[in-house]
Write a protein that binds this ligand. Structure first.
Ligand code: HPA
Length: 392
């Protein structure tokens, strides 16, 4: 973590204010405060420095690139030794900026690019976020975390210290006659899990039941109206043999093969400025890194991979499984993709978790066997979700 975010006075203006959300995260993890500029022995507080081309210049034109590079290298050694899966870096700084940095005009203007240290971490494959990402994911009573549970994973619902229950049929856009399939229940609970404000939706409806993409995303729009900024989707899937194993997985991306999209068609959704929604990093790299860290710390076996959403309800043919394997898919299921699209359109941070209950194409799979397999992993799943909530 950039040391200045934890309150160390190592920025040029000396006025580094700690980020409460980053300090909280640091207090709950094994965080390493790093400052490439302090590591380089630069004068602290230093005068303003910005990136100009590939270099770093002070306002008076002094080229301080070599010092920035040597400090960044020293910090990289510490980061490597720590094995940390996540770097939380000061936004826009010439050493730590991620994606955007000050543009060399010393006027507050910004340009695309990374700071010197962030460039090195990127080559290393470390997930990097700014303090703004950590702050935007921080839950509160006004911004609870939404958790949508899938087949056999509904038990988490019982852990909620409930302050209010909401019948799905009182939710705008939720279809009137819808009844839960086995393993799902249709009452949302607003409350807390381990003191973290949450709204848990213990069941969902599916396209294969004949509902539209707009209807299957009613819960997402509801969560957004309640103020949720983070949304966790949990779903049962089949693992694609050769690409994933049975058990818990973190979704890294998806392929929407349902033929449906909640942003297509009627404009009533949506109160959206545009239906043309970017889907890069739809599954928040930050939330994924947090989930990975929690799983590693707790010794829970978790894989990662791409989810393919199919319409269902028939399971996949062997030819479809071969196709999905060739496409790089790890998990196949019949939900989630439309919900993730709707959540991203509403600007929500998405974490996708799955329980691969069977190998896709296994002729013996039934809905009941999926429920039973999910229950075997319920304890690990709950520990994973609780661990993630604790760090947000
Ligand atoms: N295919 C699709 N959806 C699923 C599967 C599967 O094998 N298992 C659980 N949900």
């Amino acid at each position: 973590m950039s040391a200045c975010l934890l309150g160390e006075g190592c920025r040029y203006d000396g006025g580094s204010r700690p980020s409460a959300a980053v300090c909280r995260l640091a207090g709950r993890t094994n965080a390493h405060p790093l400052c490439p500029e302090a590591a380089a022995g630069l004068k602290i507080p230093r005068p303003p420095a910005e990136r100009v081309g590939g270099r770093v210049l002070l306002r008076d034109g002094t080229d301080v690139t070599d010092a920035f590079v040597s400090g960044a290298q020293a910090c990289l050694d510490v980061a490597r030794a720590s094995g940390a899966p996540l770097a939380v870096l000061k936004a826009r700084s010439p050493s730590c900026g991620v994606g955007l940095v000050y543009d060399g005009t010393y006027s507050g203007g910004l340009t695309r690019g990374n700071g010197v240290f962030a460039e090195l971490l990127e080559e290393e494959g470390v997930c990097m976020v700014t303090e703004e990402v950590v702050e935007s994911c921080r839950p509160s009573v006004e911004h609870p975390v939404a958790v949508v549970l899938g087949t056999g994973l509904g038990h988490l619902h019982s852990l909620v210290h409930s302050v209010r229950r909401i019948d799905y049929h009182d939710i705008d856009g939720f279809p009137e006659g819808a009844r839960p399939i086995p393993g799902h229940s249709f009452e949302a609970t607003v409350g807390t899990v381990d003191d973290v404000p949450v709204v848990v939706y213990p069941g969902r409806i599916h396209l294969y039941q004949g509902y539209s993409a707009l209807e299957v995303t009613a819960l997402v729009r509801h969560a957004h109206r309640l103020g949720c900024r983070d949304i966790v989707f949990a779903c049962a899937t089949g693992a694609i043999p050769g690409n994933a194993h049975k058990g818990l997985g973190i979704l890294t991306d998806h392929i929407n093969l349902t033929g449906a999209n909640p942003l297509a068609g009627s404009s009533e959704l949506r109160g959206l400025e545009t239906p043309f929604v970017g889907m890069t990093d739809a599954y928040s790299p930050y939330l994924r890194a947090i989930a990975r860290g929690v799983a590693d710390d707790l010794g829970i076996a978790v894989e990662e991979g791409v989810y393919a959403g199919l319409l269902g309800p028939s399971f996949e043919t062997p030819a479809e499984v071969r196709m999905l394997r060739g496409m790089g898919v790890s998990y196949v299921g019949m939900s989630t993709v439309c919900e993730v699209i709707a959540a991203r359109a509403l600007g929500m941070n998405v974490l996708g978790l799955t329980l691969a209950a069977n190998y896709a194409g296994d002729g013996l799979v039934t809905h009941q066997s999926v429920v039973e397999e999910a229950q075997l992993h319920a304890q690990d799943f709950e520990s994973l979700v609780r661990g993630v909530l604790r760090l947000l």
